[in-house]
Write a protein that binds this ligand. Structure first.
Ligand SMILES: O=c1ccn([C@@H]2O[C@H](COP(=O)(O)O)[C@@H](O)[C@H]2O)c(=O)[nH]1
Length: 234
């Protein structure tokens, strides 16, 4: 079977046990997925764990969602680039200057620079949650607003829900990457996610990369779920 879309799956390795994570990773091929390391595993196991995954041949998305003053974030993405990650992210709500400085800081790495993307509205948030923050826009309006800002700042793409992918591709063009968590294969637990889509719906809507965590990692047979997802989008 050809897996044309395989490298579109970014598995969220959200484990509190490094050995369990590595046992799982060693059953995978870098040809069938990429890996995402987020706040939990990075806080437990740090850069050494990220480097181990890279040494196993995987592209790693370091999902630490930096949000700080421009100088600090520029230094943080520089550290990520030195680790050799494939993608790194910041929060778009950190502002234009923060995003732009981060992008400029990565220029020194030339074509080895990681992709730099910005989180717009977390996929765990809905209209009610935005209102609680004093934001009167709908999630889609707020995503479009922050996505335009990220593009203006020179970023390579954004994190959003696949529900917004169709309109964003029209608004911002095909080259601007859309990384979409909140992916739920039919019948899987929604958990704390609010703006969800199935893998097939997300690909059809225009998502470039699908972030999938618990539906794979918490299943009894994670490799089978990954293969089923790959089949469903090919
Ligand atoms: O808007 C966002 C941004 C990041 N995430 C991260 O993606 C995974 C999703 O995991 P699931 O288990 O498939 O829900 C997780 O690591 C989040 O930190 C997100 O969900 N939404």
């Amino acid at each position: 079977m050809s897996f044309e879309h395989s490298k579109k799956i970014l598995i969220a390795l959200d484990y509190d046990d490094q050995q369990i994570a590595l046992n799982f990773v060693k059953q995978l091929s870098p040809d069938t997925c990429r890996l995402k390391v987020g706040k939990e595993m990075f806080t437990y196991f740090g850069p050494a764990f990220v480097k181990e995954l890279i040494d196993l041949g995987f592209d790693v998305f370091l999902d630490l969602k930096f949000h700080d003053i421009p100088n600090t974030v520029a230094k943080a993405v520089t550290a990520a680039a030195k680790m050799g990650v494939w993608m790194v992210n910041v929060h778009a709500s950190g502002g234009f200057e923060m995003m732009h400085k981060a992008k400029l800081a990565l220029e020194q790495f030339g074509d080895k620079a990681p992709l730099l993307i910005a989180v717009t509205v977390l996929t765990s948030m809905d209209e009610k949650e935005l209102k609680r923050l004093g934001i009167e826009k709908s999630p889609q309006e707020q995503v479009i607003y922050l996505a335009r800002l990220a593009k203006e700042a020179g970023l390579d793409g954004i994190v959003c829900s696949a529900q917004e992918a169709k309109v964003l591709k029209v608004e911002l063009g095909d080259k601007f990457k859309l990384v979409t968590p909140g992916i739920r294969p039919e019948g899987s637990d929604v958990g704390d996610q609010k703006r969800i889509m199935t893998p097939k719906q997300a690909i059809d809507a225009g998502s470039d990369y699908l972030v999938i965590g618990r539906p794979i990692t918490k299943s009894n047979d994670p490799v089978k779920v990954l293969n089923d997802v790959n089949r469903s989008i090919n």
